[in-house]
Every structure is written in C-alpha cells, then in structure tokens.
Design a protein around this ligand. Sequence first.
Ligand code: SF4
Length: 168
Amino acid sequence: MGSLEDRPFLLTSVDRMLRWAQKNSIWPAQFGLACCAIEMMSTAAARFDLARFGAEVMRASPRQADLMIVAGRVAQKMAPVLRQIYDQMPDPKWVISMGACASCGGVFNNYAILQGVDRVVPVDVYVPGCPPTPEQLLDGIIKLQQKITAGGIPANRGHALAQTAGRP
Ligand code: SF4
C-alpha cells in the first residue's frame, strides 16, 4: 500500500458534494397538462436524450420527485390539485414553468385559466415559447442545475405561498 500522496483524492465540502449530486439526479414529476407536454416527452426521448443531464427519470408519484415541470395551461380547477402535488414532493424541490400558458396564461386570457402558475407555486425557471422546443427545455434544466450548484434556493420556501394555494 502506497503513501497518501500516491493515491488520487478530491477535497470538497459535504454541502458542495450534495449539491453536485442533486443537480445531476433531478427526478421530474409527470405533470403534462396540454400541448407543451408533447415537447416535454420528446425531450426525454432518444433524440434529445434528457438522460445526458441525469433528469430522465420521470416519476408518477410526487413522493419520488423533486422537480415539477408545469407543461401546459393550468385550469383554475387544476390549481389546488397542482399545489397539493407540489406540497407532497419532499424538500428540496424545484419548479420549471414550461411555455407561455404555464407562465402567464398565454393565449388563454380568460376566467378559466390560471394567469401564471407562480400564483400557486414558486417557480425557479421560466421557459418561454408556444410551445418551447426540447432544446429550450434542456436549457431550462441546465439553468436550474446552475442554480442548484450555486446553492441559492432555500429549502421550504414553498411555505410562503401556502396561503395562496388554490387562489386564482
Ligand atoms: S404554450 Fe402553446 S403549446 Fe404550450 S400549452 Fe400553451 S398553447 Fe399549448
């Protein structure tokens, strides 16, 4: 057995190691709501290969997910359901608002559609477009990874919005 100098090793902090692991193993919850979801599914397929970024494991249970990609318009009736699913996700967790409808209602400026999902859940990254391309969603995920690496997203920040749950 050689000396310590002969063996390769890395120096880091536990915090930085955890953030590195989190950013490379994001598990999105399945939350396709409208046409944007088609592009989200395409992002996970072979051509765009979301697995390259460690985020291809779409979970059907919020208990096993730490990223909600809101892909499509959110009906007023769906808003409290969306908030409940968000609350069921364990911390730390993140939200990507995919497309114009999820971010601001898009072309649906009417009483039936929530005019921005950030009225019920905190959004970390907004991806523009109608619909955004898979490349744009990948760019949004990379931006989220950068935020996770920077450590600028506090845990439990969703509680601040809890009282607005279900409100249009
Ligand atoms: S942003 Fe466009 S593609 Fe996405 S849900 Fe709205 S209408 Fe459909």
